[in-house]
Design a protein around this ligand. Structure first.
Ligand SMILES: [Zn+2]
Length: 251
């Protein structure tokens, strides 16, 4: 088992975090490696084993793990003491101030986003693909932290984990037009082959519009589609693949 740390989040002692990789997992075939998703046609017993071993590796309580049934929407769920830990909420962002409650976001090209407010001691995990970025799930999560926990944007730190970068994210005319309509033309690059979209640049811009300092926002150097030996990539593996995860927990 192996995990990749965010240099930015590693500077904070009160949280545990990490991004999983394929290394050391039990899954075979298209999901070969440490697949953490149950919905991708993998042997559920192997997925269970992957979860168990990864929770040992990072040292978080598996019985308190909050997973999401991610639907590319913009529903944000607050995890409080009433939460049923046997359930899997249908949402694309979870926020909590509870200690020893790990939040997990699963991806294969979409951006896994881990958020921490070290002043109010609040964390969040966000799933943002193209639809999520366009529907503003990330800035809405920051606003939720402001409303519910009195977080201040200038205190919040954000890590964008391994995700598809613009080198590999070619988009068709429909998405290109949609991006222009949303005012995201700055993130489109035209080449001889077509248009390429930089979702990470849009996500960063959305945070800066809420006055998060640019030095509080970190982007992983890994493109998931360029590195299918390390991560899973829906695009590069032709839609048949597992999911890796970002995890964050207040200690
Ligand atoms: Zn790439």
């Amino acid at each position: 088992m192996q995990s990749i740390k965010s240099p930015l989040l590693s500077g904070y002692e009160n949280i545990l975090h990490g991004y999983s990789t394929r290394a050391g997992g039990f899954s075979q075939g298209a999901c070969r490696g440490n697949n953490l998703a149950f919905h991708v046609n993998d042997d559920p017993q192997n997925v269970e084993k992957n979860h168990l071993h990864f929770s040992f590796h990072l040292d978080y309580p598996l019985d308190k793990l909050v997973r999401m049934e991610q639907v590319h929407g913009n529903t944000i769920k607050i995890i409080d003491k009433e939460f049923d830990f046997a359930s899997v909420p249908i949402c694309d962002a979870v926020v909590t101030s509870l200690k020893n409650v790990p939040l997990m976001v699963m991806v294969a090209d979409c951006i896994p986003i881990l958020i921490y407010d070290p002043h109010k001691e609040v964390i969040a995990a966000v799933h943002a693909g193209r639809a999520g970025v366009f529907s503003k799930i990330l800035p809405q999560t920051i606003v939720k932290m402001q409303e519910h926990y009195k977080s201040r944007p200038e205190d919040i730190v954000v890590s964008f984990g391994p995700a598809i970068h613009h080198c590999c994210y070619e988009v068709g005319a429909g998405v290109e037009e949609e991006a222009q309509r949303y005012g995201y033309g700055f993130a489109l690059k035209r080449t001889d082959k077509g248009y390429y979209l930089d979702l990470l640049a849009i996500a960063r811009k959305q945070l800066e519009a809420l006055h998060l300092p640019s030095e509080n926002i970190e982007t992983s150097r890994y493109c998931s589609a360029c590195n299918i030996d390390i991560f899973y990539s829906y695009r590069a593996e032709k839609k048949s693949c597992g999911r890796f995860a970002g995890i964050i927990m207040l200690k």
